[in-house]
Design a protein around this ligand. Structure first.
Ligand code: URA
Length: 433
């Protein structure tokens, strides 16, 4: 086999065989095929797409490039979730303890934030002492014992995806549905859970800007899951505006505690209830209505909040912060950002709010950058609310008061206020199985 012929075949719209895809991935991992030839192949895939079989073979090849976690001891109870990334997405902090408190087993590996989107690991590390690096044996025993463990992405799972993703990132080949689907699913399959609930975001603050693309991505991932005998469900959700009220690591932990205490913003709460109900329904094999009743009860009875405390404690975190959540609102400097005119809020551009948070110190431009866990933005009003000139639209948090002016500039562009009330927008656009 010659890599030249494989590139040429894909360039002309041909369908690659399992043998050819395995040849590419193993040759790349052994450094026998150079970056420039893989880049050419990735570009041909971006342009000509892949068949269902090709996407499956590519996922399988990436899964086989590394280790796979064996969660067989958890039976059908193991359940994972994945969000395609957004602004203010703290759902893992909320749904994982809900599901674990009701008997599901959440063995989860999460990422860090990069650019304007946040990452669950950074949010968890906003809790003093919380360890996100745990060896495999302890990870598995914690999941067996308390039903939940969340750690950073293991380097040994699907290493081919890591190498390919780094190349895609610098060759304008990230935005391809077959490449995104196989990338996400290779990590989820290697992570071992029997059921997987995907939150595919669509909108100005998401990878996918059109709903039709988000649905296609979701369907592609569900089909991959079926071929690996995994039970996959996908929610298509709106990411035009930030999710919930808070963006920024410590602020989002505060908001997660609010929801688990029975408070919190309605949209965020409803999304969490829906994700958790789907996770529970898959892992316990119960109907969705029954699952939703149990999820609501876990929130009202504070069973899920107790599970959060137990989880934080087990991973070395200071659980007393969970009882005293105002400790998460502890930035050295705070500043109100006021409305410049009266009217209805018709847009809060999620990507710009994420970028404003980065300017306040909450995010990274490069992977190596350090972050200010206390930095971020808390919205006082949301899409569709009426505000009067001078009302504080949000509060900016930072450890450094000279970072406010850049963030304010971005927020001026993020908010749109107009005389006409905007149409209502659903947060959950579709649920696919
Ligand atoms: N997230 C991933 O893990 N992979 C992609 O290709 C895109 C988003």
């Amino acid at each position: 086999m010659r890599i030249y012929d494989i590139i040429d075949k894909k360039r002309h719209g041909g369908e690659l065989t399992k043998g050819e895809i395995d040849f590419v991935i193993s040759g790349y991992m052994k450094n026998e095929i150079p970056d420039y030839q893989i880049s050419a192949l990735l570009m041909a895939i971006c342009i000509n797409s892949m068949s269902e079989n090709e996407v499956y073979y590519l996922t399988d090849s990436m899964v086989n490039s590394g280790e796979c976690l064996n969660l067989d001891m958890l039976g059908d109870l193991s359940v994972d979730k994945h969000s395609t990334g957004g602004v203010g997405d703290k759902t893992t902090l909320i749904v994982a303890p809900i599901v674990a408190s009701l008997g599901g087993k959440v063995a989860k590996m999460s990422g860090r934030g990069l650019g304007f989107t946040g990452g669950t690991i950074d949010k968890l590390e906003a809790i003093d002492g919380f360890k996100t690096s745990i060896d495999k044996a302890d990870f598995l025993s914690q999941v067996e014992n308390i039903g939940i463990c969340v750690i950073g992405q293991s380097q040994s799972l699907a290493p081919a995806d890591k190498k390919l993703y780094a190349l895609r990132d610098v060759t304008a080949t990230v935005e391809s549905i077959p490449l995104i689907a196989s990338s996400i699913m290779s990590k989820k399959i290697a992570s071992g859970s029997k059921s997987i609930v995907l939150d595919v975001k669509v909108g100005s603050g998401a990878f996918m800007k059109a709903k039709s693309d988000a649905s296609l991505l979701a369907r592609t991932m569900i089909e991959i899951g079926k071929r690996f005998s995994r039970n996959v469900r996908a929610l298509i959700t709106n990411m035009d505006v930030p999710l919930g009220r808070c963006v920024g690591n410590a602020l989002e932990v505060w908001e997660a505690i609010e929801v688990l205490s029975g408070r919190g913003e309605e949209n965020l709460k409803n999304l969490c209830i829906s994700i958790a109900s789907n996770m529970l329904s898959c892992s316990l094999g119960i109907g969705e209505n029954e699952a939703t009743l149990r999820v609501n009860d876990a929130i009202c009875s504070k069973k899920a909040l107790s599970k959060l405390k137990e989880w934080v404690c087990m991973q070395g975190g200071d659980a007393s912060c969970i009882e005293n959540p105002s400790l998460f609102l502890n930035a050295k400097y705070k500043k109100e950002f006021k409305a410049t005119n009266s009217g209805y809020i018709t847009a809060i551009n999620a990507q710009m709010v994420g970028t404003a948070c980065m300017a306040l110190g909450a995010g990274r431009i490069k992977k190596e950058d350090s972050i200010d866990k206390n930095a971020g933005v808390m919205l006082n009003y949301n899409y569709g609310d009426y505000v009067s000139k001078g009302d504080p639209l949000c509060v900016l948090y930072s450890s450094s008061d000279n970072l406010f002016s850049e963030a304010e500039g971005l927020l001026y562009s993020a908010f749109e206020i107009s005389e006409q009330a905007p149409p209502k927008k659903d947060l959950i656009l579709e649920v696919l199985k």
